[in-house]
Design a binder for this molecule. Structure first.
Ligand SMILES: Nc1ncnc2c1ncn2[C@@H]1O[C@H](COP(=O)(O)OP(=O)(O)O)[C@@H](O)[C@H]1O
Ligand SMILES: [Mg+2]
Length: 262
């Protein structure tokens, strides 16, 4: 189907967020087209994480409109937004450290349409049949992200890069239709970044739309369909990777803040 015939996955219009005197977002607009990998880049403090927080309901914008497949999200709580298939990971890893890799993913599977973490932890041993089905699903997800060999290990004992993959597996367990990844490559080795790049492509190819914040330019430029550049709470450029790399405002934003971004 031609792009124009399909609803936008995400439409962000004139989004503003203030923290006291700081305009973290000063009127941000961008679109995310279905089936794409769209990346948001920009120097530290540009407002990338704030935009993610507003889209996923973790903070309420002072102004603006966010629509998911044509339906307004503004004002919905994070759980209501997640229930629509918009799932995120955080800039810092957020796995349950003392649980096994499989149990982390099982919690993700249980949380899909279920009550809370406590219910999950207390109730899950009673439903053996359902458990074995979920364990099978968890195995499939762990194979998909390349952690099949880590199933029974305690999450906190994995290398950092693999802990981030556990977090991604938990996010996938929620069956996202729009997946927001905040710096998935942070703290990863070059080899891990290559693996996570290929994983993000495979996620997109399974028809999950991906919105990515990432500092690693090699990763961004190699996997993105569209790149959105932010600086000082505004979008300063948007386009295909090649066009963005040649864009004078983008070069200036990065050179002007040399060493400011990690
Ligand atoms: N909870 C907060 N309270 C106050 N200021 C914040 C808060 N979160 C972010 N900011 C400020 O908003 C701006 C954008 O931050 P952020 O969205 O984290 O940027 P990025 O993810 O692009 O590095 C920065 O100036 C930051 O200091
Ligand atoms: Mg950030």
């Amino acid at each position: 189907m031609a792009r124009a015939e399909r609803a936008l996955t995400l439409s962000v219009r004139d989004l503003a967020v203030r923290f006291g005197g700081v305009a973290a977002l000063a009127g941000v607009s961008f679109d995310v087209h279905p089936g794409t990998i769209t990346s948001v880049i920009g120097p530290n403090g540009a407002g990338k994480t704030t935009a993610f927080n507003a889209i996923t309901g973790y903070l309420r914008p002072t102004r603006g409109r966010i629509e998911y497949v044509g339906v307004p999200l503004t004002g919905l709580r994070p759980s209501a937004i997640a229930a629509r298939g918009i799932v995120r990971t955080f800039q810092r890893t957020s796995v349950f450290p003392s649980l096994s890799v499989t149990d982390n993913v099982m919690i993700g599977l249980h949380l899909r349409g279920s009550a809370g973490v406590l219910d999950v932890l207390l109730g899950w041993r009673r439903r053996a049949a359902e458990e074995s089905r979920l364990a099978h699903d968890a195995d499939g997800i762990l194979e998909f992200v390349g952690l099949g060999h880590r199933r029974g290990e305690v999450a906190s004992e994995l290398p950092y890069g693999e802990q981030r993959l556990v977090e991604l597996a938990v996010a996938l367990a929620a069956r996202p239709r729009l997946l927001l990844l905040d710096e998935p490559g942070a703290g990863m080795t070059t080899a891990e970044k290559a693996a996570v790049s290929s994983l993000i492509r495979r996620i997109r190819d399974q028809s999950t739309t991906v919105l990515l914040v990432e500092h690693d330019m090699r990763m961004v430029m190699s996997i993105s369909d569209t790149v959105i550049v932010m600086n000082h709470g505004r979008v300063i450029a948007e386009g295909a990777p090649a066009a963005i790399q040649a864009h004078p405002d983008v070069i200036r934003a990065y050179l002007g803040s040399a060493g400011d971004h990690d």
